[in-house]
Structures are given as structure tokens and as C-alpha cells.
Design a protein around this ligand. Structure first.
Ligand SMILES: Nc1ncnc2c1ncn2[C@@H]1O[C@H](COP(=O)(O)OP(=O)(O)OP(=O)(O)O)[C@@H](O)[C@H]1O
Ligand code: NI
Length: 406
């Protein structure tokens, strides 16, 4: 454990620069650029005390979601995506606790709200859809009853009106023959249909923000694509903002307006999806993109750090082929603005160093853990991150987004 628990990590992740009240990203195309963010997460820290020490599951993350946009939270397993989502409405399992930060929603800090107030926000303004549709439905009630129940929880309506609204919602999410299917029990429906029902229940309170945590991961590949289409449709037609968790960058290419890349509880990079795919500014993002099928690259070598044994400096440095001395100490780099929108927590972000260093500087590659000993070779340029400024092909992965990458 090289990072002590009392380590305040000042200046990281937006703290160290003037707070402009937004996460510095350029707006997604078509978004109302004047609208304030719907959700604004600032320097969020969520920890789990354990017998062995404190797990810093989310360690100073900041990001925004604007009205009507889809923001994808990506990163390898254990990077803190789920805990970050749960922290937004303080759903984190005990003994986990949000220890610091701000979660502004409608310009009020949700972290200051009472549990009772939060319950009203949850489901009503902010709804969740989880990975396992089966777990979110009760086996002993029909799906119509469950969606109607969600409607009644959040609206002052009678039973009959709730049932009618439930059937409308089931229709809205693409359940075939919703009026008769409403009388089915969950076990009578396929996984994809159950996920549609869970989404219908989430829509019952007419939320402004949907938080979807790997909502397609448990589904068959073809069904995943259908559910992703449904999310895209809900965003476009209902103006619903979505915070969408996935570790599948193919999915991101298909649905995101903006991307937030997490690693070891921190934000490594944020930005508009096209910029991030075309010119990833963080070696971690680049590694994730290169490991997409069809990119010809390889999986990032090594493993994410142990939760209780985070390295000093940039948490990615032990796996980073470009790490230099300053990456290995201190609190890790703050987020630096990147041309084309967004920012990256890397000393080699655009503009600070010669960007070609990422692909050609042999001095940056002297560490013994370097997985690519030939930094200047031609092969390096194609397998270890495209040269800076080279155009990547988000479309290639977008077409894979419908399930080819799982
Ligand atoms: N109840 C808990 N007690 C201790 N540590 C926990 C607990 N829940 C989560 N963590 C830790 O918090 C960190 C973040 O976990 P989280 O589930 O948010 O990751 P994730 O990015 O959602 O991963 P995945 O892609 O596997 O869902 C991990 O190191 C995990 O071990
Ligand atoms: Ni998760």
C-alpha cells in the first residue's frame, strides 16, 4: 500500500484548476449548450473499510451529464463504475460510504439530502436499470402488476389507470402484445423481454436521468443490440439523459455522446465520443481501444492494481509503456484539457509534451516492465496505439457495437 489512507491527493481530477462549473468537455452535438448539467459529480470519493484497509473504490471522480445526452462510463472490471453510479443516490452497500465530493442534481447536492428525500429522487427523477433483469423483477407478480406498482409508487393514480399506463410503458419499451404479456410472470419471458420490463418500470416515474449499469451484459448478443437500440431511442425520443456503464467500447461507439474512462476509481479521460475514439489522449484509453476486435492490437498487459495496493502516482503507470519518472510518484496527474474536447489525466496529453513522444520516445520506455521493448518499430505504431493525430475508425467499432464485442 504505497498510498496512505490519509493521503489527501489534492489537485487531482479537476480540483487543481479553476472550477468552471462543468467538466470542461465540449458539448455533444445537438445538445443544448446553454443548459446547465443535469448531473454534476465532483471529486467523488467512496470507500469501503475492510479488515485489511480502506478500499478507495471511487477516488476523486468528476463528470457531468447534460440533459438528453448519453454518457458512457467505461473501464476494466473493478475500476469503480458501479460504485460511482451507486454513490450518486447513496445506494452504496454498507459499510461502503461516500466520504467526500459533491453530486449536484438540479443544482442541489444529493449527498446532503436525507434518506427520505433521496428515496423520492430515486425512481422518480433518477431511475436505475441493472445488469441482471431477472434479479430486478419479483417472480411472484406478473410483469404488468410490477410496472403498475412502479407507476403507483410515483404517481397519484388509481389501479386501473396504473394498469393502463403500465401497458403503455410495456408497449413503449417494445414488449410485443403488451396487453396480454402484462399478465405473464417474469419466468415466462426471455432475458431480453425481462430487461424491457425492467426498463418500463424504470420509466414509470418519468425520470430525467437513467443510470444503466451493464444493462445488456447478461443478454445474448443479438438481444443486446435490440436493447441498445431501445436506449438510443429513449434518449432521442424522450429526451432522457443516460449514464450508461459498460466495459465494452464497441457499445460506447454505438450509443455515447461522451465518454468517461475510469481506472482504479479515478477518471483517466473524458471527452466527446468521436474525439476519444479518434484521438485518445490517455495511454489507458488507447490500450482499451486497441484491444477491440478488428483493431489489430492486443489486450493491455498486466492487471489493474489491487484495491488495497494502489501504486503511487498515476495508477496506470505499472502497465503504461510510456511511463516516466514523474508518473510514478505523487498523486498522479490532474486532468489536462485536450484539443477537440475533454481532458486526460496524463502528462503526455496534447500540448504539454511533444505528442509524438507517446509513440516514439525511447526514453519514455526504459522501465523494465515495458511490454513493448521496440518503441520505434513500425509495428509499435500500429499495435501500441495509433500515432497521435491518426484517425481511428469509430465506425468500425460502432458496427461491432451491436454485440460483436462481448
Ligand atoms: N462491498 C465491498 N467491499 C469492499 N470493496 C468493494 C465492495 N464493493 C466494491 N468494492 C471494490 O470497489 C472497487 C470498484 O468496484 P466496482 O464494482 O465499482 O467496479 P466496476 O468498475 O463496476 O467493475 P465491473 O466492471 O466488474 O462491474 C473494486 O476494487 C471493488 O473490489
Ligand atoms: Ni460494475
Amino acid at each position: 500500500m504505497s498510498r496512505g489512507d490519509d493521503h489527501p491527493a489534492p489537485g487531482r481530477d479537476g480540483d487543481g484548476r479553476p472550477d468552471r462549473g462543468r467538466d470542461d468537455d465540449h458539448p455533444a452535438p445537438g445538445r443544448d449548450t446553454d443548459a446547465p448539467p443535469l448531473l454534476s459529480v465532483r471529486d467523488l470519493r467512496t470507500q469501503f473499510p475492510t479488515a485489511e484497509g480502506t478500499v478507495r473504490a471511487v477516488d476523486g471522480a468528476s463528470f457531468d451529464v447534460y440533459p438528453g445526452e448519453t454518457v458512457c462510463l467505461v473501464g476494466e472490471s473493478g475500476s469503480g463504475k458501479t460504485v460511482a453510479c451507486e454513490s450518486i443516490t447513496r445506494l452504496v452497500d454498507s459499510p461502503g460510504e461516500v466520504v467526500d465530493g459533491e453530486v449536484r442534481f438540479d443544482d442541489r447536492d444529493l449527498l446532503d439530502r436525507s434518506e427520505r428525500e433521496l428515496r423520492a429522487v430515486r425512481g422518480d427523477r433518477i431511475a436505475y436499470v441493472f445488469q441482471d433483469p431477472h434479479g430486478s423483477l419479483d417472480p411472484v407478480y406478473t410483469v404488468g402488476e410490477q410496472v403498475a406498482e412502479a407507476v403507483r409508487d410515483r404517481n397519484d393514480v388509481g389501479k386501473r389507470a396504473a394498469r393502463e399506463r403500465a401497458v403503455e410503458l410495456l408497449d413503449r419499451v417494445g414488449l410485443p402484445n403488451p396487453a396480454s404479456r402484462a399478465d405473464d410472470y417474469p419466468h415466462q419471458l426471455s432475458g431480453g423481454m425481462k430487461q424491457r420490463v425492467a426498463i418500463a418500470a424504470a420509466l414509470a416515474g418519468d425520470p430525467d436521468l437513467l443510470i444503466a449499469d451493464e444493462p445488456t451484459t447478461a443478454l445474448d448478443v443479438t438481444i443486446q443490440a435490440e436493447i441498445l437500440d431501445l436506449f438510443a431511442e429513449l434518449g432521442a425520443e424522450e429526451g432522457l439523459a443516460t449514464l450508461f456503464v459498460t466495459h465494452d467500447l464497441g457499445v460506447v461507439a454505438g450509443i455515447a455522446d461522451r465518454v468517461v474512462v475510469m481506472y482504479a476509481g479515478r477518471v483517466m479521460e473524458r471527452g466527446p465520443v468521436t474525439r476519444v475514439f479518434e484521438r485518445p489522449a490517455h495511454p489507458y484509453t488507447r490500450g482499451l481501444l486497441d484491444s477491440l476486435p478488428g483493431r489489430g492490437g492486443e489486450r493491455i498487459g498486466g492487471e489493474p492494481p489491487e484495491p488495497l495496493n494502489q501504486p503511487a502516482g498515476c495508477p496506470f503507470h505499472p502497465r503504461c509503456p510510456h511511463a516516466v519518472g514523474e508518473c510514478r510518484s505523487g498523486d498522479g496527474p490532474p486532468l489536462y484539457g485536450v484539443d477537440g474536447g475533454g481532458d486526460a489525466a496524463c502528462v503526455f496529453h496534447d500540448g504539454v509534451r511533444d505528442p509524438t513522444v507517446l509513440d516514439s520516445d525511447p526514453e519514455s520506455n526504459t522501465e523494465e516492465s515495458d511490454p513493448d521493448p521496440e518503441p520505434n518499430s513500425e509495428a509499435e505504431a500500429t499495435t501500441d496505439g495509433a500515432p497521435r493525430g491518426a484517425t481511428r475508425e469509430p465506425d468500425a467499432s460502432a458496427s461491432d457495437a451491436d454485440g460483436g464485442n462481448r
